[in-house]
Design a protein around this ligand. Structure first.
Ligand code: PMP
Length: 286
């Protein structure tokens, strides 16, 4: 059965969904996106993703689509039409298709392109990777300077994942001036002496929606959180490490650049935070 996707106001079978060759998302990576997870047919942290989407649009002076206020309804409609139990909803908005290729932004009033589709992932929260922990390598962070905007410029993160794969690892953490910025598609954390350390917010990293929730839950559970840059050397010597994202939730890291952390299995802080995050966010899912 083919998926039903949403394109510019229409729900269509995926084979019939089309976007113009002049779309600025295609030609200039002039677009923003969000990924919201679905557990038990409900959306996790929709409000957070919606607010970040609005911020990304405004930071890029991109016109908000007319359907902005209907996005929750569209997400829910796609979940229903595609019978998603566990999975993801991908949303992308671009600066539209002005009808020619021109670096200058298109004339005011050019309609943004809006695309949403589902990815079914049965058992998303019960991943074998989370039970075993994952291995990461470090790579240089050569991305542009506005990583706080969630744009579709994902070539380097894609290359980073391929570098990790080639090295026999699962993912990569990026390093700038010796300090870890973030993972290719996640926020990075280490644990030392029971303290959770993660890079402070700025333009150097994406302001993860999962990060915000996890740090709130950690503080509510009386855990100590330090928001500051940490070096890759400090990470390799940490007691534990983990990363967060909407699709991986809280993912324990058991090896960094070949250095085994602790006893090589998911640590107690990461394990507990994963449980709390999943429990709490299911409660507030919409
Ligand atoms: N950093 C980067 C570079 C990402 O691509 C992502 C996932 N989109 C994250 C962090 C995590 O953000 P979130 O928790 O909102 O999924």
């Amino acid at each position: 059965m083919s998926r039903i996707v949403y394109v510019n106001g229409e729900y269509l079978p995926e084979e019939e969904a089309k976007v113009s060759v002049f779309d600025r998302g295609f030609l200039f990576a002039d677009g923003v996106y969000e990924v919201t997870s679905v557990l038990g047919g409900k959306l996790i942290d929709f409000d957070g993703h919606f607010r970040r989407l609005q911020r990304s649009l405004s930071e890029l002076d991109m016109q908000a689509p007319e359907v902005l206020g209907e996005l929750l309804e569209i997400h829910r409609e796609l979940v229903a039409r595609n019978e998603i139990g566990d999975g993801l909803i991908y949303l992308q908005i671009t600066r539209g298709a002005p009808g020619d290729r021109d670096f200058a932004f298109p004339p005011e009033g050019t309609a943004p392109t809006v695309v949403l589709f589902t990815q079914s992932k049965p058992g998303l929260a019960d991943s074998p990777q989370a039970r075993a922990g994952v291995r990461v390598i470090s790579i240089e962070d050569i991305r542009w300077g506005r990583r706080d905007i969630k744009t579709v410029q994902l070539l380097y993160p894609s290359m980073g994942k391929m570098m990790a794969k080639k090295a026999g690892a699962d993912d990569a953490w990026m390093i700038e001036d010796g300090f870890v910025t973030e993972g290719t598609s996640n926020n990075a954390y280490i644990v030392r002496g029971g303290r959770i350390i993660t890079r402070n917010l700025g333009t150097e990293i994406l302001h993860g929606i999962t990060r915000a929730a996890v740090l709130r839950f950690a503080r509510e559970a009386q855990m100590t959180v330090e928001e500051r840059p940490f070096t890759i050397d400090e990470a390799r010597e940490a007691d534990e490490a983990f990363f967060t994202s909407a699709s991986a939730f809280v993912m324990p890291v058991v090896e960094i650049d070949g250095a085994v952390l602790g006893n090589g299995t998911p640590g107690p802080v990461a394990t507990r935070l994963r449980e709390i995050y999943l429990d709490e966010s299911r409660k507030t899912a919409v």
